[in-house]
Design a protein around this ligand. Structure first.
Ligand code: NI
Length: 194
């Protein structure tokens, strides 16, 4: 198990179109384990392999990363109504059906500190595989549907900021450049040595 480095937009790795997983082996399982670990450490609810510079069609989602639903019946009911049943790894997803629209203020681990509104389908049905290679079909609503569409975009090399205006995107790009300067590898290493 290892926490992997999340690429920050506009890192070129985020533009890569991911390839289908061909072999459901131990290497894939270890990627999935690492992705969950990386996502939890970064306090995210979704991650695509593209974000850790692995160009494979692999997504992890956990809409209840702190396990609050077991103590909060309203949250549990919300998650149930989205078709969400718990942490899930989604391999080689294909969109089978989509309907409705909703606007959600999205964020992304590759664009830290930025949230903005994006229009998505309210409901999506996907066909995908689990890490054992077993096929499944899933219908998701609301935030769960948004998360799936956001992560499937990553697999196509698309980050949500690309839906925003050029003006907003330029502002975000400058913010991300500053962030990179502040967290250079040298800086982190120096801090660790101290
Ligand atoms: Ni993202």
């Amino acid at each position: 198990m290892a926490v992997r480095k999340i690429r920050i937009w506009p890192d070129p790795a985020l533009k890569e179109v991911a390839k289908k997983v061909q072999t459901f082996n131990a290497e894939l399982k270890s990627l999935v384990t690492d992705m969950f670990e990386t996502m939890y450490k970064a306090n995210g609810v979704g991650l695509a392999a593209t974000q850790v510079a692995v160009p494979l069609r692999v997504i992890t989602i956990d809409l209840d990363p702190n396990g609050q639903a077991k103590d909060e019946p309203d949250l549990k009911a919300d998650l149930d109504s989205m078709g969400y049943k718990g942490p899930i790894a989604i391999i080689n997803p294909e969109l089978v059906a989509a309907e409705g629209e909703l606007i959600w203020s999205e964020g992304c681990l590759s664009v830290p500190g930025i949230n903005d509104e994006v229009e998505r389908h309210e409901t999506v049905t996907i066909k995908a595989f689990d890490p054992d290679g077993k096929v499944f079909t899933l219908t998701a609503h609301n935030l769960f549907a948004v998360a799936i569409q956001h992560e499937m975009d990553h697999l196509e090399g698309r980050v949500f900021v690309e839906y925003l205006s050029k003006l907003k995107r330029d502002v975000i790009r400058r913010k991300m450049e500053r962030l990179k300067v502040e967290s250079t590898d040298d800086g982190v290493e120096a801090a660790q040595i101290v």
